[in-house]
Design a protein around this ligand. Structure first.
Ligand code: ADP
Ligand code: MG
Length: 342
């Protein structure tokens, strides 16, 4: 047996990266979430070779001060929380202060930023865990992050990258889910220099429904109901698909909790129950739903990828969801019957 030794910081980051950076789309997720946390009105994502060669995310958000650039890429450094109490109330997408450090340990990393109101932009590069000096650079207000040659130094991970097309499809799906989370933000996506998606900021419900239709299908607006229910400090809004919009696969289900796409048992159960008597066995509903509640009522620190949550009052949330959805669907049932009546 050898003696116990502390791990070198670089290795610690690579191990952490194993948890959050599974594939190129994980990098895109972390970067776009950072842009959204920085209040961006516009986010541009450029991808080359499915993300294996280049992932670049550019935003017009608040930016980062030159002095903060080295901290931004240091692990466990964040501007989003400072105490346990903050963690209990966290409303931002990020809070672990680990994403940039992780990706900088498994790719060639560069970040350029101009702080709101500043005259100059600055850039930092990190290569194989070596941080280079912060240098002046050209950049409009906001931040650009580039990750090149993802997993170039982690052959086991590199080997598991799928075909370019597959990795890009993951990125496209991810961006869809983020674009549905933030209708007011403009998103652009390009692959190998070709523009693939342009979603202009949706200023109202109608524009948002058009964005939704792009993701869930042209007929979704006719086959869905607008829902907006509030009670007991919670609000559920969005669009619930009618039975005619149901699918053979559960691939058109977007459920956001305080702006974060989540998969959750309690939610899934409430939805299933609400649809139980209107859908045939084997059919899956389509929906885009936004649940808002006091951040203190939901724990997002369950898993590094933050796609799981834990509600403090599961029963209450479940019943609220079930009742809201069931009621919405019941109205249609009544509506259909009225229309069919002589
Ligand atoms: P976290 O998002 O959990 O705080 P990250 O490693 O993703 O951790 O980012 C570290 C810090 O870098 C953030 O807390 C934020 O202050 C800063 N940062 C990262 N990306 C951006 C961005 N696009 N715009 C402004 N600040 C950013
Ligand atoms: Mg982050």
């Amino acid at each position: 047996m050898s003696r116990i030794r502390p791990l070198p910081p670089e290795l610690i980051n690579q191990i952490a990266a194993g948890e959050v950076i599974e594939r190129p789309s994980s990098v895109v997720k972390e970067l776009v979430e950072n842009s959204l946390d920085a209040g961006a009105g516009r986010v541009e994502v450029d991808i080359e070779l499915g993300g294996a060669r280049l992932i670049r995310v550019r935003d017009d958000g608040d930016g980062i001060a030159a002095d903060d650039l080295p901290l931004a890429v240091a692990s466990h450094a964040t501007s989003k929380i400072g105490s346990f109490d903050d963690l209990e109330h966290v409303a931002s997408m990020g809070f672990r202060g680990e994403a940039l450090a992780s990706m900088a340990s498994v790719g060639r990393f560069a970040m350029t930023s101009r702080l709101r109101g500043a005259d100059n932009a600055f850039r930092i590069e990190v290569d194989s865990g070596r941080m280079h000096d912060v240098r002046p650079a050209q950049h409009p207000q906001g931040t650009s992050v580039e990750v090149r040659d993802l997993f170039y130094n982690v052959p086991a991970r590199r080997k598991f990258l799928r075909a370019e097309r597959t990795e890009f499809a993951h990125i496209d799906d991810l961006l869809k889910s983020l674009a549905l989370a933030r209708g007011g933000v403009e998103f652009r996506l390009s692959h190998n220099g070709k523009s693939v998606r342009v979603w202009k900021a949706a200023r109202d419900d109608k524009a948002m429904l058009m964005r939704v239709a792009e993701m869930l299908g042209e007929s979704f607006p006719q086959q869905s109901l607008r829902i907006d229910h509030a009670s007991a400090g919670m609000r559920l809004s969005g669009w619930v698909g009618l039975p005619t919009a149901s699918r053979s696969q559960a691939d058109a289900q977007y459920f956001y909790v305080n702006g974060r796409l989540v998969r959750d048992r309690v939610v899934a159960h409430a939805v299933r129950q609400a649809y139980a008597d209107v859908l045939f066995h084997g059919r899956h509903p389509a929906f885009v739903l936004y649940l808002e509640l006091d951040p203190a009522g939901v724990d997002v620190n369950v898993h590094p990828a933050k796609s799981e949550v834990r509600f403090r009052e599961q029963r209450l949330v479940h019943d609220f969801l079930f009742r809201s959805l069931h009621e919405a669907l019941a109205e249609t049932r009544a509506g259909q019957q009225a229309a069919e009546a002589p």
